[in-house]
Design a protein around this ligand. Structure first.
Ligand SMILES: NC(=O)c1ccc[n+]([C@@H]2O[C@H](COP(=O)([O-])OP(=O)(O)OC[C@H]3O[C@@H](n4cnc5c(N)ncnc54)[C@H](OP(=O)(O)O)[C@@H]3O)[C@@H](O)[C@H]2O)c1
Length: 286
């Protein structure tokens, strides 16, 4: 296998929502692989420091304002971004938000904020950027989903609906644009600590509960997503489209104890000796 499969030299990547958090990690990973970057924020002044970091890596960068809840802002951004380097090869649809609340407390406004940002925003950004990709016959679109794209969590109703929608949208757009050389995939992170969910990680009991349910037994580090984003943005994924790639230490398996008590963790080596008839674990109720 050659490194060329993952080489993004000469490619232009637009990553939305790069003022903080995962968006910056995605942009860094793509820059490291060779891509020039278009960075966005609702306040592009907030991108100054990060833009300098991208340049220090030897890549070109261009910063543009974008509010994904505003149709005109999306149009302006797409036109300006296309002009900046003459094309956009890669789009990472990362800008997003969350409102955590028990379902009974979710307001009409909460719903609109989350769905308009995460789902409607991602669709119209993809549409605006895909026009040029379709004309040029090449594109890689990576929609950021979440483990909530495939699983349900209390307190995350609107968010989960938006992320489930992203997964579905990914499949539809893959079919729409595949014939034009544009692949569309969904990168779905598990639980990564960022500004968006800091409050959760301040709760020690919740962190322990989370660790128990992650097969790899640690929370995600944002750079755990580097390989996946470069894969989906590069030649390496040229025959992959419409797919959702979950990167979450295995949490999407729905991991929970399948054995009684606290014995499950140490059971691996002993399981064979306990699985014969008469074992208390050899129940028909699995
Ligand atoms: N952290 C996780 O564990 C996790 C897991 C799965 C999926 N995700 C998703 O991954 C993405 C990044 O997450 P994160 O944790 O890095 O979030 P974050 O720290 O809150 O950053 C969100 C980014 O989105 C931008 N943004 C928010 N609303 C916007 C709007 N209306 N228009 C344009 N940009 C907007 C923000 O930019 P400005 O405020 O500067 O405009 C910011 O750069 C989000 O879509 C999130 O839902 C996160």
């Amino acid at each position: 296998m050659s490194d060329e499969l993952f080489d993004l030299t000469g490619r232009v990547a637009l990553v939305t929502g790069t003022s903080r958090g995962l968006g910056q990690y995605f942009a860094r990973a793509l820059a490291r692989a060779g891509a020039d970057l278009i960075l966005t924020s609702r306040k592009k002044e907030s991108l100054k420091e990060f833009a300098a970091e991208i340049e220090a890596m030897g890549r070109r960068q261009y910063c543009v304002d974008l509010d994904v809840r505003d149709e005109q802002s999306i149009r302006r951004m797409a036109a300006e971004a296309e002009q900046a380097f003459g094309k956009i090869d890669i789009l990472v649809n990362n800008a997003g938000c969350n409102v955590r609340k028990p379902a009974l407390e979710v307001t009409w406004e909460d719903w609109n904020t989350v769905l308009d940002t995460n789902l409607r925003g991602s669709f119209f950004v993809a549409q605006a950027v895909a026009r040029g990709m379709v004309d040029r016959g090449y594109g890689r679109i990576v929609n950021i989903g979440s483990v909530t794209s495939v699983a349900g969590y209390a307190g995350l109703g609107p968010y989960g609906a938006s992320r489930g929608g992203i997964r579905q949208l990914t499949m539809s757009l893959a079919d729409d644009w595949g014939r034009h050389g544009v692949t569309v995939n969904c990168l779905a992170p598990g639980w990564f600590q960022t500004a968006q969910n800091r409050v959760m990680y301040e709760d020690r009991e919740w962190v322990e509960y989370l660790m128990e349910r992650i097969p790899l037994k640690r929370p995600g580090r944002p750079d755990d997503l580097d390989g996946a984003v470069v894969f989906l943005a590069s030649e390496a994924s040229r025959y992959v489209t419409g797919q959702t790639l979950l990167v979450g230490g295995g949490i999407s398996t729905g991991a929970m104890r399948g054995l009684p008590g606290g014995e499950a963790a140490g059971a691996r080596g002993r399981a064979g000796t306990r699985s014969g008839s008469g074992s208390r674990w050899n129940s028909r109720m699995s």
